[in-house]
Design a protein around this ligand. Structure first.
Ligand SMILES: [Cu+2]
Length: 164
């Protein structure tokens, strides 16, 4: 539900070491909060899934999410949907100071590629967002079924009426 402060504190400490003379305030604060993260259920035959949620920049500087990683999924790409077709987002997700970016079906999303195993409803999926600053933000997305919006994820003629 909430980002883990312990991990954030650790990465903030690492950032302080690297920066040398960074201000010591805000070491407890996540630069980015993630609200309602969720991931679409999928079976390996789907080959892919996607994760969503609202990313809020809690700092007074612009933030760019440059990558997403997971212990479970080998490849996660940052995508957007443009005119009904997915495309990688060049440079990552830009989130201006104090603003939010919502990842949702039909829009920005974290694309989970090469799905190695099924994602079942209720599963908790741990993901890590990497920021351009080098900081990381952990989140746990809850898996849920989502039928709408599937068309955005299939450019081919398959999956027109998959039945369980
Ligand atoms: Cu995608």
């Amino acid at each position: 539900m909430h980002a883990r402060p312990l991990v954030l504190a650790a990465s903030a400490a690492a950032a302080l070491l690297l920066a040398g003379c960074a201000p010591d305030a805000a070491s407890e604060d996540a630069p980015l909060t993630v609200t309602d993260p969720w991931v679409k259920t999928a079976v390996p035959e789907d080959m892919m899934s996607a994760a969503f949620g609202t990313l809020t920049n809690t700092t007074d500087e612009d933030i760019t999410v440059v990558a997403a990683t997971s212990d479970v999924f080998p490849t996660i790409e940052l995508h957007e949907v443009v005119d009904g077709a997915m495309a990688p987002v060049e440079g990552g997700f830009d989130i201006p100071a104090g603003e939010s970016l919502t990842l949702e079906p039909g829009g920005y999303h974290l694309m989970i590629m090469e799905l190695p195993e099924a994602i079942e409803a209720g599963d908790q999926v741990d993901l890590t967002l990497e920021l351009s600053t080098g900081a990381t933000v952990d989140l746990t997305a809850t898996a849920k079924d989502f039928d709408g919006g599937n068309e955005e994820y299939h450019g081919s003629d398959m999956d027109m009426g998959s039945s369980e």
